[in-house]
Design a protein around this ligand. Sequence first.
Ligand SMILES: Nc1ncnc2c1ncn2[C@@H]1O[C@H](COP(=O)(O)OP(=O)(O)OP(=O)(O)O)[C@@H](O)[C@H]1O
Length: 334
Amino acid sequence: MSAPALELTGLTVDLPTGRGLLRAVDGVDLALAPGEIVGLVGESGCGKSTLARAAMSLLPRSAVVTGQVVLDGTPTIGLDAEAHRRLRGDAIAMVTQDPATSLDPTAGIGEQIAETVRAHRPVGRRGAKELAVQQLHQVGITDARARYDDPPHRFSGGMRQRVVIACALINDPAVLIADEPTTALDVTIQAQVLDLISDLCVQRTTAVLLITHDLAVVAQVCDRVAVMYAGQIIELAPAAELFAHPRHPYTRALLAATPAPGVARGELAVIPGEVPDLTAPPAGCRFADRCPSRMPVCDTAPPVVRVGSDEVRCWLHAPGHPDAAPTLTKDGVR
Ligand SMILES: Nc1ncnc2c1ncn2[C@@H]1O[C@H](COP(=O)(O)OP(=O)(O)OP(=O)(O)O)[C@@H](O)[C@H]1O
């Protein structure tokens, strides 16, 4: 197996708040192979964006980071600001839901991409322009030469997101972080933009960490899924496996809260309760007080359980655990 494009080992991020340090990411282990698309899902406030910012070296200075982030073979924690700047846009890039965060509203789209090339590669103006035009063609802007100087607002939302993707991938990064890349788009355009990310990244063996609230998005393009809850990955499995046999009660609750086609938003299941306070997380399982399968042990000890190459952090899956046995049959736990 080839070396991971991105490897997080024991990654922990503490952020200072008025109430003390908040552990937004807690001991995350995750490796993305080249060309692999991994979905990162979970409710708001579970730490998805903080994890992504740690991978991008974009955390606030006040953040306390421990563990390891290895990007295309380079350990990044502790590098200086200039080294981080070089890695961003070269080894790792990001697409967010809002093109305004990555595009200059006043500059032509082509020039913005050409500038990204010149910032990272020894290419002259003309060469950079040719690369930018080619790249725009590849993301589906067929009249790229004619529209090279058009600013972003002359494009539709979907087209603007294609430009952002072109800019993110122009230097063939090892890793793309896609943070809710289609949330702001019309449903019909969403699928096209997701397919574009998926096709380009598989072709170029760029690993993708796709952050989303939307499990339908994950089902469309992801190879594996990491489910995050209260700063931890509580389930990690191939996408098909996770949808067919969700193991963690939180994953099952998330799936139950996902709309079936044609279901109005008001009819969605909601997961009762709230994500715990991450300045003082519970001693046992963090999902315990919302969990329909709660057992005594869940309140006292944190579950750390692995199942083969997949992972699930739940006492229900601790083989032979005395407290686990009585509830195992209720809802089809394997
Ligand atoms: N700069 C910060 N300072 C202090 N706390 C922060 C900071 N950024 C995020 N947090 C807290 O860290 C926790 C994780 O937040 P994060 O934004 O990573 O979650 P998320 O899963 O990405 O949520 P969303 O889906 O809403 O973007 C939350 O409790 C949040 O309030």
